[in-house]
Write a protein that binds this ligand. Structure first.
Ligand SMILES: Nc1nc2c(ncn2[C@@H]2O[C@H](COP(=O)(O)OP(=O)(O)OP(=O)(O)O)[C@@H](O)[C@H]2O)c(=O)[nH]1
Ligand SMILES: [Mg+2]
Length: 402
């Protein structure tokens, strides 16, 4: 199943109908008073969390939604009919952002949750309202008010509990293939993975968590090099980062330097993200002689001054992978339980996730903006009008739930 992770839609609530000027005309009543009714209100636009929807794909095809205008008032003091509201169904977990202010209007977290995103205009007043002691026959009515117009960004995060990070070729995709149904392509060249892949790691008996494989990060990633940074939002809500390091890189580079590149880029991009608990996975141990494994791994840990958890794996043969899987499941379960039992901890976690997400979103946007500016500058030099500014309009997430 493919998960589109972002969509931008324009929503326009209906304008209010106009109030009208009208006077009673009845037999035998020569000069009836004013009886112009009010206009009806324009339709509102709501976003609604719907459990039958699990993708934002529709919003890529239809990008504009207009609610109808309210009807005008009528004579005999009849108000115009209000227009129907529009409901835009989105999957649970969708965040709705006002692109003009970058403000989160709402998080769609519960089935049936309804979020008003554009308010319909009120109807105008009929001339009945303007009758006074000095003006028995007012010829004044007001027009309906305009409905709100908004450009919304819908963001869907299939929330990953664990994020895989590392240099290209470290074996991240091979890892997720071993533990889940996600089947990202694996190859011996960098940037094989170009879109995030999410997989469910199923431990059995209702025990599972979601893992995210994102494109590899490289040196300078936080300044826009490579692909990686803009996908970091997919690991913003994770509980653990799995840092995969190739113990015997084919290019002869030093695994310790390689690990440091990732740690630096992460810290430069988002200190909050870099603060998430990281688990070091020393991968491709099948490349080492049995008697070398201890020595090489211990040296890496010592030189990195790594104090966190460490595992040794061969994602190719599957060696050591289960241990990582069970460790993660256990950690995640403990954290979930604590969130349920300890409201203070739950609140702190929530606040932390929100800070993290805000920081990651802000930095991702800043980087995209810098990228666009660079391309604009480049375009000015070449006066090439066909330049496409929409650099990542087709970013998708591939989600493999089973
Ligand atoms: N010998 C050995 N090779 C491995 C192991 N894990 C992965 N590889 C190989 O390393 C190469 C890169 O693996 P990927 O899983 O595509 O690496 P990645 O980290 O996802 O790379 P990017 O998507 O480019 O960021 C492939 O040729 C894999 O077959 C391992 O444990 N041992
Ligand atoms: Mg990959």
């Amino acid at each position: 199943m493919r998960f589109i992770d972002e969509a931008v839609v324009t929503v326009k609530a209906g304008d209010g109908g106009n109030g009208i000027v009208s006077f009673r005309r009845e037999k035998y009543v020569p000069r009836g008073g004013p009886d112009g009714g009010d206009g009806g209100s324009g339709g509102d636009v709501y976003v609604i969390a719907d459990d039958n929807t699990n993708t934002l794909v529709d919003y890529r095809y239809t990008r504009r939604y207009d609610a109808k205008r309210g009807e005008n008032g009528q004579s005999k003091n009849c108000s115009g009919k209000g227009a129907a509201d529009i409901l835009l169904p989105v999957p649970i977990g969708t965040t709705v952002i006002d692109t003009e202010t970058d403000e989160v209007i709402g998080d769609m977290t519960e089935i049936g949750q309804k979020l008003l995103v554009a308010k319909g205009g009120d109807g105008g007043l009929g001339n009945t309202h303007f009758k006074s002691s000095t003006n028995q026959a007012p010829r004044k009515a007001t027009s309906g008010f305009e409905g709100e117009l908004k450009v919304l960004k819908l963001e869907l995060k299939v929330v990953a509990d664990v994020g895989l990070i590392g240099l290209p070729n470290a074996g991240k995709s091979t890892f997720i293939r071993q533990v889940s149904a996600a089947k990202p392509k694996v190859a011996d060249y960098p940037f094989t993975t170009i879109v995030p892949n999410l997989g469910v790691v199923d431990i059995g008996r209702h025990r599972s968590f979601v893992m995210a494989d994102i494109p590899g990060l490289i040196e300078g990633a936080s300044d826009g090099a490579g692909l990686g940074i803009r996908f970091l939002k997919h690991v913003a809500r994770t509980r653990r980062l799995l840092h995969v390091v190739d113990v015997q890189p084919i290019d002869g580079s030093n695994p310790v330097d390689n690990a440091r590149v990732i740690l630096n880029e992460l810290a430069r991009f988002s200190p909050e993200l870099a603060n998430l608990p990281q688990i070091l996975v020393l991968n491709k141990i099948d490349q080492l002689l049995d008697e070398e494994v201890d020595e090489v791994c211990e040296r890496i840990v010592a030189e990195l001054e790594w104090t966190g958890e460490v595992f040794r794996t061969s994602t190719l043969t599957g060696d050591g992978v289960d241990a990582v899987k069970y460790y993660l499941m256990n950690e995640i379960e403990l954290e979930r339980e604590r969130e349920e039992e300890d409201p203070d901890f739950a609140a702190a976690q929530k606040a932390r996730f929100e800070r993290l997400e805000a920081e990651v979103r802000h930095n991702t946007e800043a980087q995209k903006e810098a990228y666009r500016a660079a391309r604009r500058a480049q375009r000015e030099g070449t006066d090439d009008d066909d330049f496409d500014d929409d650099d990542d309009s087709d970013v998708e997430v591939v989600y493999a739930p089973y």
